[in-house]
Design a protein around this ligand. Structure first.
Ligand code: HEM
Length: 367
């Protein structure tokens, strides 16, 4: 009995020691919930961490601190403050995704995970080139409509039976529209390779968040719980994704001729690499090629995942609120003469209800 008391006293002392040390090390002077040594507040959140964050914001205010593994994190729960922060350069940094990034030992490549000078160079270049290839312009409409047609054909083929995994169907359609601009390639919606890759990427995002982001904030768990933390799965998917992107670039290299008018984003990036002489540039030789692989991979998953998730939320809301669905349908009928043709981008200005509906879906859905 005495031994057990000693053990308990020892454990409590150790916990208080870590608590004391972490308080002394605390850099952010904001209120926030108490957490455990080492884990911080990770054990208090799960895959629906936004719910916990809302609960905490009601207790601690619009800006509070949580500790996620070894990182102190500031949670902003106020649209005005968030907007102010997003427009300040000082907040453009990115955390290090230890081991779960595309290149295991180089976590700051590409658009999403980079910061500073490389991010500025790549972002400026990518935005300009995508715009030149018609991204976000009406010239992209034909591309999108091809995907819409194949998507609807897929729904029709179910012959009125219930449809599963709508998000996955959206993912493949969105990837295709994007991928034509990035690589000039389009896949059939039934293509097993593309279908497998998109669903694996979606599952890897889920694996990273299911444990409340444990693998992101406490990356050392990959050594202790490689399977349970989602690390093994995410690593496998990232390796598959990288291989797919490398193969895509390699396929285009032999057909790329510097000086010819570029056919897609990969061509313009290869042209930039071939003309870059500055060794500090993000487009220089091998670094440039790795950045190309990382950038197209970022466009791939940053493009399809939020878009297909937003569309899936839209479907769910329309199912949940049939009266909204009815008004939406009424507006479509009013511009298409009773569904005689497909809607076009030009109809946008005559569809205020639909525009408001999209804004509301974006506001309401938690991405
Ligand atoms: C409904 C659709 C979409 C939503 C809701 C969405 C949302 C977001 C959000 C919240 C961020 C993070 C912003 C930040 O941390 O500063 C982001 C970043 C990004 N998104 Fe999207 N996105 C959508 C569609 C797309 C598409 C279609 C593309 C592909 C062309 C794309 C490419 C990117 C990239 C590359 C980044 C990283 C930008 C950077 O760090 O500079 N997104 N998106």
């Amino acid at each position: 009995m005495a031994f057990q008391v000693y053990v308990i006293a020892f454990v409590i002392t150790i916990l208080f020691y870590f608590r004391y040390k972490s308080n002394r090390k605390r850099k952010i002077n904001l209120p926030g919930p108490w957490g455990l040594p080492i884990l911080g507040n990770v054990h208090q959140i799960d895959s629906r961490f936004y719910k916990k964050f809302v609960e905490w914001s009601q207790k601690y205010g619009p800006m509070y601190r949580v500790k996620l593994g070894g990182d102190e994190v500031v949670v902003v729960s106020d649209a005005k403050i968030a907007k102010e922060m997003y427009s300040a350069d000082i907040f453009t940094g990115r955390m290090t995704l230890d081991g779960v990034s595309l290149y295991e030992t180089e976590p700051h490549l590409g658009l999403v995970n980079s910061f500073g000078e490389p991010w500025e160079q790549l972002r400026r270049f990518t935005l300009r080139q995508l715009r030149d290839f018609g991204f976000g312009k009406s010239s992209m409409e034909t591309l999108i409509m091809n995907e819409v047609t194949e998507f609807i054909d897929g729904l029709d083929a179910s012959n009125g039976k219930s449809i599963d995994n709508i998000q996955h169907r959206f993912s493949v359609a969105v990837v295709n529209a994007l991928w034509t601009i990035v690589s000039g390639e389009r896949y059939s919606h039934q293509d097993p390779k593309l279908s497998h890759l998109t669903s694996q990427v979606t599952k890897s995002f889920d694996a990273a968040t299911n444990t409340g982001g444990l693998i992101l904030f406490a990356p050392w768990v990959k050594h202790i719980l490689p399977q349970l933390s989602g690390y093994n799965f995410i690593r496998t998917v990232m390796d598959q994704l990288r291989e797919f992107m490398i193969k895509t670039v390699e396929t285009h290299k032999p057909t790329f001729v510097s000086g010819n008018s570029p056919r897609h984003f990969i061509d313009v990036f290869l042209r930039e690499i071939s003309s870059t002489q500055d060794p500090t540039s993000s487009f220089y030789k091998d670094v440039g090629e790795k950045q190309l692989v990382a950038c197209i991979s970022d466009l791939f998953f940053a493009g399809f995942d939020p878009t297909s998730k937003t569309l899936s939320w839209a479907f769910l809301y329309l199912t949940k609120w049939p009266e909204v669905q009815k008004s939406f349908k009424k507006e479509i009928n009013s511009v298409t003469g009773g569904n005689q043709r497909a809607v076009t981008i030009a109809d946008r200005q005559n569809m205020p209800y639909t525009r408001a509906l999209i804004e509301e879906v974006l506001r309401l859905s938690s991405l």
